[in-house]
Design a protein around this ligand. Structure first.
Ligand SMILES: *Cc1c(COP(=O)(O)O)cnc(C)c1O
Length: 576
């Protein structure tokens, strides 16, 4: 990273509004935004991120205010009536102190500016992982944004005054204070200075209220609301799967589902229509063939469209448990080697993921899956039965080829960790079954499509909470046949990590802590996975489950989500 170009940005000139509409502004914007999600494991990376957050939020707010004034408003009394600013996670949360600062420059006093800001803004929380909540080091923050820090102090003081007024015990203040232990808590600021906070799936919102920010919920019982995430059927079905789109339009004798996804429900009654189901199966096969050709070209791996396509595609994170799926494959490999003549169901396991640049454990897991893939794919005794592919450079374009070709959707996060997930919805819409935990939007997916049409396994949230009190990972290894061999293969020379120590590190982490319960949930996951292999032997019955999932995906249209935000948070009416 070029640090000289980072330091060049002239915040003082930007502050004074000199950059709006200038050529210089474009230059600076390009410099500051050249790297998206910079590696923030160094102070340089952290500073660049903070500059990016400030640049984009301030530019947006300055733009809003210029337009507001150009519309002839003489003061800011109507600003909050005419604007709704949705903070998508805490990354744009600097908009809070920045709007107050900009309003003060226009002659509005602090109390009034705070009120306008709070009435204008709402905040969407996207994570339940405490370690993922943004906390900026106070000194670093001050060094990058000296003009903004005093406003954060003022907001924090206002909060303290209220905590005193409400007689909140000082022992409880750590649940609220925006500035504490030399850190600036962006989520606390976003809850305090906005008028609505929302989670992105029902279970996520419940956990926000009862666990993660329960103290805030007691203080403001009406502030936290739910808006379950959605996806657009225009991209994730119409564009990426024209064949299935045509089948749906033919059967419904209408393409209204393109803007009203609930219409899919009428397909459910056709699940026993042989012709419809056969055509659905033919289309799935065609999409699997298209993907197989693409993978042959790009990854140089030959996969069989007659096998189950079992796919896990999402950011690489320990809580998402890509490692648990890899362990299942490793165990299955061992079982096939022990009895190669048994009637094994053919299966193709596909992974796609990127790791954050500074996330060493995630990179270790990618390395392990690639080594496992090499082992399986080059063993002539098993490579007619199973294949493992880790696709290169996973992104939206690759995703558009993967979702339509999936038979099985992997949604196997530790219960209580995945806020919603949206990949789960894309698979469902394309007629895959979910193997998953009761986490995030999986809960609502099985509520809509039936638990009997999916493969739910593993500990639920309450069980995870209970288990964490007294967890010994080695007891799961002792209890579960085959698991010891799989875990030991990380360190017994079976797999090579080029002497990086990566696999020993993975091993130590599991044996000593296993904070995401990979070992504890392994047995239950293996049962669900083995059931899928069994059920696939009756192809019609298996694909009927996928078909029913597709027919019940209506709830997960982002059209529904956007309407809920419009009505419940932004208070804007739909144009008729
Ligand atoms: C939908 C999507 C995601 C989100 O996947 P989850 O399984 O919900 O984590 C990530 N990356 C890409 C490219 C996607 O299309």
């Amino acid at each position: 990273m070029e640090s000289r170009s980072n330091d060049k940005f002239d915040f003082k000139a930007f502050d004074e509004g000199k950059y709006i509409d200038s050529v210089r502004a474009q230059d600076e914007a390009e410099t500051i935004s050249r790297i998206l999600y910079p590696n923030d494991s160094t102070n340089e990376g952290k500073k660049l991120r903070l500059k990016q957050q400030y640049f984009f939020t301030s530019a947006s707010l300055q733009d809003l205010m210029i337009k507001y004034k150009a519309d002839g408003h003489k003061n800011f009394d109507d600003f909050s009536k005419l604007h709704s600013i949705q903070l998508n996670d805490t990354h744009p949360a600097l908009a809070i102190p920045e709007l107050i600062r900009l309003l003060e420059k226009e002659g509005v006093d602090f109390e009034k500016a705070f009120d306008i800001t709070q009435k204008s803004m709402a905040y969407t929380n996207h994570t339940l992982l405490a370690e993922a909540l943004e906390v900026w080091n106070k000194e670093l923050f001050k060094s990058v944004l000296p003009n903004l820090y005093p406003y954060i102090e003022e907001i924090n003081s206002r909060l303290i005054a209220e905590l005193r007024e409400w007689k909140i015990d000082e022992n409880e203040w750590h649940n609220f204070l925006i500035i504490q232990n030399n850190g600036i808590h962006m989520a606390f600021m976003s809850i305090y200075a906005t008028r609505a906070v929302n989670g992105v799936a029902a279970i996520h919102t419940d956990l926000l209220k009862t666990d993660v920010i329960s103290a805030w919920h007691r203080l403001f019982p009406d502030r936290i609301v739910n808006k379950t995430n959605g996806i657009t059927q225009r991209r994730w079905l119409l564009q990426s799967n024209p064949q299935l789109s045509e089948l749906i339009t033919d059967q419904l004798e209408s393409n209204e589902w393109v803007t009203e996804l609930d219409r899919l429900k009428a397909l459910e009654g056709m699940q026993d229509d042989e012709q419809v189901l056969d055509r659905f199966i033919d289309i799935k096969r065609e999409k699997k063939k298209e993907l197989a050709e693409y993978i042959q070209f790009h990854e140089e791996v030959d996969i069989d469209p007659d096998s189950i396509f079992d796919i896990q595609i999402k950011r690489l994170h320990e809580y998402k448990r890509q490692l648990m799926m890899a362990f299942y494959i490793s165990d299955l490999y061992n079982r096939i080697k022990a009895d190669p003549e048994a009637e094994w169901t053919k299966r193709t396991f596909i992974f796609g993921a990127k790791a954050a640049p500074g996330y060493y454990m995630a990179k270790s897991i990618i390395k392990y899956i690639n080594e496992l893939s090499n082992r399986v794919n080059t063993d002539p005794e098993v490579n007619d039965i199973i294949k493992v592919v880790f696709v290169e450079n996973y992104g939206v374009s690759y995703a558009e080829r993967l979702f339509p070709a999936a038979d099985v959707s992997e949604q196997i996060s530790t219960a209580g960790k995945e806020a919603s997930g949206t990949g789960n919805m894309k698979f469902m819409l394309n007629g895959a079954v979910t193997v998953g935990t009761m986490d995030g939007a999986n809960v609502e997916i099985v509520e809509e499509a039936g638990r009997e049409n999916n493969y739910i396994f593993g500990m639920e949230v309450e069980e995870v909470v209970e288990k964490r009190k007294n967890y010994d990972p080695t007891s799961a290894i002792k209890r579960t046949p085959g698991l010891k061999t799989v875990v030991e293969s990380l360190v017994d020379g079976t797999f090579q990590d080029n002497n990086t120590g990566m696999f020993q590190n993975l091993y130590n982490n599991l044996i000593q802590e296993d904070q995401y319960f990979v070992l504890e949930d392994f047995e239950s996951y293996r049962e669900a996975q083995d059931q899928i292999a069994q059920d696939f032997k009756d192809e019609k019955a298996f694909y009927r489950k996928g078909f029913i999932n597709m027919a019940n995906a209506g709830k997960f249209s982002s059209d529904r989500t956007v309407e809920e935000y419009a009505k419940g948070i932004w208070h804007i009416a739909k144009q008729q």
